[in-house]
Design a binder for this molecule. Structure first.
Ligand code: BTN
Length: 319
């Protein structure tokens, strides 16, 4: 808390802030202040200390500290509560526990690394420390359980909007929620539901984004934003933009329904119009991907002319 208060005062001051004023504002001794400043420097904050003038914040590290994310975030409810970890097994498990304990809608769990990051279809999600964004978001939508796939589409579109805005790249979505750049996967979304038969209690949306991984740190078929942009990307800025985009779309959905999400999803889709093969559990289907329906299911015209609704599985683009 005291560190956040120090940073807050330094951020708000254009010039140097004297040790005397700062320690008076914080109601601590000059010596205690000096110790906290040293600790902040160890965390990666560049703080200039000039005799007779005082302290000045030169730069902040690209760590996903709650105070960094909260600065100028500007959301109404997403990210008002942020739980930050250096390392977690999986942010999904922690968020699930919080959800069960009635954590408010919009709570974010973020970790700099994960030891058991997981993806769809029981896959692992490589979660290298300080390289990516690994977060889970708790939402409490008033919808039926079968409408939750639209939330995943909403988040996929929000992540694409944020990547476009912050990195100037051109992301695409492979159904349902793989985010690709130049046909390589840069991000993925995992939605886990806690529901009764006819009501959603809460949803945990997990976002995994390869941000500053170098090419040799990526598995085959994967890419990172840095790899594509050939430049380091600010994880804090990207994360803030993602939270803003999700909130904006989520609130609009509550007001106007989800049709606009499907429109935006279609515009980013790499799958529609392609011949696809879908593997799910023990079945395989092949055909032309023609659309997504209002529940987020993929509509596939098989060779016999039948339109099949696909709600789960892995899509391979054939051509
Ligand atoms: C996928 O494409 O298969 C989805 C990947 C989702 C990974 C994220 S990282 C943060 C959150 N915690 C996890 O263990 N998984 C999700």
């Amino acid at each position: 808390m005291i560190h956040e208060a120090i940073l807050d005062h330094l951020r708000r001051s254009d010039a140097y802030l004297s040790g005397e004023d700062l320690s008076a504002l914080l109601k601590i001794s000059r010596q205690a202040l000096w110790k906290h400043i040293q600790q902040l420097k160890e965390e990666g904050y560049e703080i200039e200390a000039v005799p007779h003038l005082g302290y000045r914040l030169v730069s902040s590290p690209d760590r996903l500290f709650p105070c960094e994310i909260a600065t100028n975030l500007g959301t109404k409810f997403i990210g008002k509560k942020i739980c930050y970890f250096d390392t977690l097994a999986s942010t999904m498990d922690y968020a699930e526990e919080l959800g069960l304990k009635n954590a408010p809608e919009g709570t974010v769990v973020v970790s700099e690394a994960q030891t058991k990051g997981r993806g769809r279809m029981n896959r692992q999600w490589a979660s290298l420390k300080y390289k990516g964004i690994y977060l889970s978001l708790i939402l409490r939508p008033k919808i039926l359980p079968n409408a939750t796939p639209v939330l995943t589409l909403l988040c996929a579109v929000a992540v694409c909007d944020a990547i476009t805005e912050v990195c100037g790249l051109e992301p695409k979505i492979k159904w349902p929620n793989d985010i690709l750049i130049h046909n390589k996967k840069a991000a993925g979304i995992l939605t886990e539901l806690n529901a009764e038969m006819d009501a959603v209690k809460f949803v945990v949306i997990g976002l995994g984004i390869n941000v500053n991984n170098d090419a040799h740190q990526l598995v085959e078929g994967a890419t990172s934003l840095k790899d594509q942009k050939k430049d380091v990307v600010s994880r804090v800025r990207l994360l803030q933009e993602i939270l803003r985009c999700i909130e904006e779309k989520y609130l609009l959905c509550q007001k106007k329904g989800s049709a606009f999400i499907l429109e935006q999803w279609r515009a980013y889709s790499l799958t529609l119009g392609k011949r696809v093969r879908i593997a799910s559990h023990h079945t395989h289907k092949e055909g032309q991907a023609i659309d997504v329906d209002s529940d987020g299911a993929l509509l596939v015209r098989t060779d016999s002319g039948l339109i099949e609704r696909v709600t789960a599985g892995d899509v391979v683009h054939c051509r």
